[in-house]
Ligand binder design. Structure first.
Ligand code: SF4
Length: 228
């Protein structure tokens, strides 16, 4: 059952102090100490990263997990890496962000009508959280989706996020039946009247290979706007 007496601030503090996944916590701290050479002068965040954006959003995006030298360094979702460059540029073009770049916390970025979170709040080795780790982190996503009451569209970035969100929506009573197959641009009408939309994740694995192009990603946000 959702604890609606909990505030967003309390929720975010619970995330940033979470130690439920020893493998992920050790990995994040190791990366924060070792650092990438090009970020040697940065103080890495190294802790779990809370969601970011507008708590009265109609668009809720769910990614996979923070990147080791991106959000694990900067402390803000999708900030400081190539995936974030793609995401925030697209959000800016679609009118959900006040600037096209997301470099660091305190860079002035604000989201309007949009919120971004992830299936796991710690950076995983190889960008792959285990099912058990996603399961341990799911309670945070359950709470967020329950509290984001104005949501109209859930946009899952990548298959893992799509599957995890489907499971959350089923637990929440917003969806029934078997999990739909993932496909870029796929939209699923939910029992709650909301929509679940799927996109390839804007990871370098997809954007460098041309599996996801900028027009394809922009088209997803045009689809979002038409559903709102
Ligand atoms: S992935 Fe989630 S549940 Fe696991 S330690 Fe990080 S914040 Fe906690």
């Amino acid at each position: 059952m959702t604890d609606s007496s909990k505030t967003w601030k309390q929720h975010d503090i619970a995330i940033t102090s979470c130690e439920k996944c020893p493998r992920l916590r050790a990995h994040c701290l190791k990366i924060a100490v070792e650092k990438r050479k090009s970020y040697a002068g940065d103080t890495y965040w190294g802790r779990p990263i809370p969601g970011f954006g507008d708590h009265a959003a109609r668009l809720v995006m769910i990614g996979l997990a923070p990147a080791a030298h991106g959000a694990n360094r900067t402390g803000r979702m999708f900030t400081g890496d190539r995936s974030g460059d793609w995401l925030y540029r697209a959000l800016f073009k679609a009118g959900f962000a006040n600037q096209p770049t997301s470099v660091e916390r305190g860079d002035g970025l604000k989201l309007a009508d949009a919120f971004v979170t992830a299936t796991a709040h710690c950076a995983p080795p190889g960008n792959k959280p285990t099912p058990a780790e996603i399961g341990r982190c799911a309670g945070y996503l359950d709470w967020e989706l329950a509290m984001l009451k104005t949501a109209r569209v859930y946009l899952a970035l990548g298959k893992i996020g799509f599957d995890a969100v489907w499971d959350v929506l089923k637990r929440d009573g917003q969806a029934t039946g078997s999990r739909p197959a993932f496909g870029h641009g796929k939209s699923v009408s939910l029992d709650s009247g909301r929509w679940l939309l799927a996109s390839y994740h804007p990871s370098q694995q997809n954007t460098f290979t041309g599996k996801l192009t900028e027009p394809m990603f922009d088209a997803v946000f045009n689809q979002v706007k038409s559903l709102l």
